[in-house]
Design a protein around this ligand. Sequence first.
Ligand code: GDP
Ligand code: IMO
Ligand code: MG
Length: 430
Amino acid sequence: MKADLLLGLQWGDEGKGKIVDVLAPKYDVVARFQGGPNAGHTLEFDGHKHVLRSIPSGVFAKGAITNVIGNGVVLDPVLFRGEAEQLEADGVDLHSILKISKKAHLIMPTHRLLDAAGERAMGSGKIGTTGKGIGPTYTDKVSRHGLRVGDTLREDFAERYAAARDAHLARLAAMGATPADNFAALEQEWLDAVAYLRTFALTDTEHYINKTLDADHSVLCEGAQGTMLDVDFGSYPFVTSSNTVAAGACTGLGIAPGRIGNVYGIFKAYCTRVGSGPFPTELFDETGATIRNIGHEYGAVTGRERRCGWLDLVALRYAVMINGATHLIMMKSDVLDGFDTIKVCTAYRMPDGTVTTDFPYSVGDNAEGAGIVEPIYEELPGWKTDLSKARTEAELPQAFRDYIAFIEEKVGVPVAVISVGPDREETIIR
Ligand code: GDP
Ligand code: IMO
Ligand code: MG
């Protein structure tokens, strides 16, 4: 069997959590392949809302589904513990359904301090990170100084931790940052959480995933963030520190490229971005505020306002190309219900006046502002219908179907799933 992927095609927060939860009952395994608690994946069903950060969104699905935290993920034991204990309180028997890669890297308290100090040092040019220590942890991984989940099983773990911490403290001191008075308490909380982490199945998950596929069992890989935040292909340096694209599932789980099956690329009917960096279709006017209010566009992790704008098909086509998306999933269609007309960006006018439909090297390199390219829009009629009640394709108004057909034609990939509300049930599978 081949592994299917589900990943974000925009700047994150596309609705990955919701759709993984919807698709999970069809799979034997759901596996996260990168990112960490910078992610906030929201699931809604039975009138309850759950936000997952490091734990895969397959944990609520009925049936014998195993969830895997892959080696490409960075894990903060304290945040993991909070999330896991909440799930167990909600009746999820997490200890029996979760496996954690021994090769996943650990986020230490000092990584969070380094994240904050790095942002402070950049001033107005800051990335606007989630402050969870993501960048410093991946930096340690790549510079071969990281601590891994498997290290917690070693007898000398305490010494390894202390050596890494001391190196971080020296770096912090050089940046003029001293840990707060409660640092010792934070450290103790972290060490206690590491002991809690060890009560889970710490596993060589690359073997587990490949044996699962060998046995013809199915695997759904869940991405975090989105393609435009990818460290290689996103709007660098305003990106996260991992490969959020399809290739990230190969390295983040140990799946060979030939074992990838369907690639579900998920996008909103418009665009949002949280944090700094260029955003070509950003709306600074009343329309942007309306989308934010109707779409409740506030970060699931930080509560920050999400910047809003029209759908950007130049960026979407690029994301489809980089990921080899085989199917599209369109989210939050209902948010545009009230608009008389809807704009879609189909090309960019470059600073030299030329027009392109190929996503360029740079769309801007400053922290704020709409960027250096000028979006060229086509305007489509709105559908002016409450989509949230629709459960079948037949119930969808013609103007909305035309909107989807327009996107499919421009991007060249079919829209397989349409989401018309946050609840599990508010989903149309075509
Ligand atoms: P993720 O990070 O990709 O999992 O997405 P988030 O959970 O951060 O953000 C998506 C938000 O939109 C959440 O609050 C969801 O509950 C909500 N949502 C998901 N799908 C829909 C939809 O089709 N319509 C509306 N109105 N809200 C949705
Ligand atoms: P999900 O999985 C939206 C953004 C941050 C910041 C940049 C770098 O919920 O879609 P980091 O803390 O990763 O170093 O921050 O990336 N960012 C996200 N934006 N959704 C996310 O995750 C994000 N994870 C990180 O706002 O701009
Ligand atoms: Mg999110």
